[in-house]
Design a protein. Sequence first.
Length: 327
Amino acid sequence: MKHVSILVPLGHSSLPNIDGTHQILSEANGFLTAMGRSPMFNIKLVGLSKETSQRNGLYTVSPDCLVGEVSKTDLIIVPAMHGDLPKAIELNKAFIPWILQQYSRGAELASFCIGSFFLASTGLLKGKQCATHWQLANQFRSMFPDVNLVDDKIMTEADGIYTSGGAYSFLNLLLYLIEKYAGRDIAILVSKAFMIDIDRYSQSPFIIFEGQKAHKDEPVKKAQEFIEKNFEEKITVDQLASMFALGRRSLERRFKKATSNTVTEYIQRVKIEAAKKDLETGRKNINEVMYEVGYNDVKAFRTTFRKVTGLSPVEYKNKYNKEVLTA
């Protein structure tokens, strides 16, 4: 049986991550018992205090045990922590020595959504791939530049450390862990019972590109604004460098540092975001949308669209356009 420690952090954390994990793993145990097999998960809520207030006192979670009472565990679940993330990390730093100790003794670790910020603060993600909520990707890169953030993925795995992407993608990581520990058959039963789409690996279709402007490089901001206002036109790096009196190499270096995208990638993402909005709400066909965002090559448009969203333009329209869905 695997001992699972679901952390109950101080402050505002994700109750769905905590309760959902407890419920789903308990259900997996129920399926195993019904099949005449032994339960797989010994599930414990592990906290720093006997009662933990959540959502400004709206809820109270009572852990099964305190962190110092758990001498050995097999899997540690780190839920999302909300609000001011550096403050949340500081508030819960007493978990860190225990996490490091348990990992050194063979425990596996899994963070859900922005729980990756706390997991990264342990130093254990250094040099590893990591997923988090796409909305906080830039903040994560700023705080943890030595971690390889892959903001398109729903989950990552390396050396017994797992991370999941935004919000309810934690369900997909849970299914993955259930399959690993209890078998594919139990994972499928759980996916059906909770209606979770099994084997989903990308959060790209859900990403809304909002432009990374949380930086202080004014020429780069002006270049971003120009791209966003003129994305239908053919824009070159040399053109932008000339407009803002920068050398090409200097602009490219500063742009990448400020936005985590090259100039060309940024132009592509702005174009594709405009195309996504047209495909979600309008009646235009794929070619009309393609021309309106400045593409003339159908193959290039489809390739770039799939690279950014994980879906073809047709698949994206069928997934999100209300008129298609109700036809």
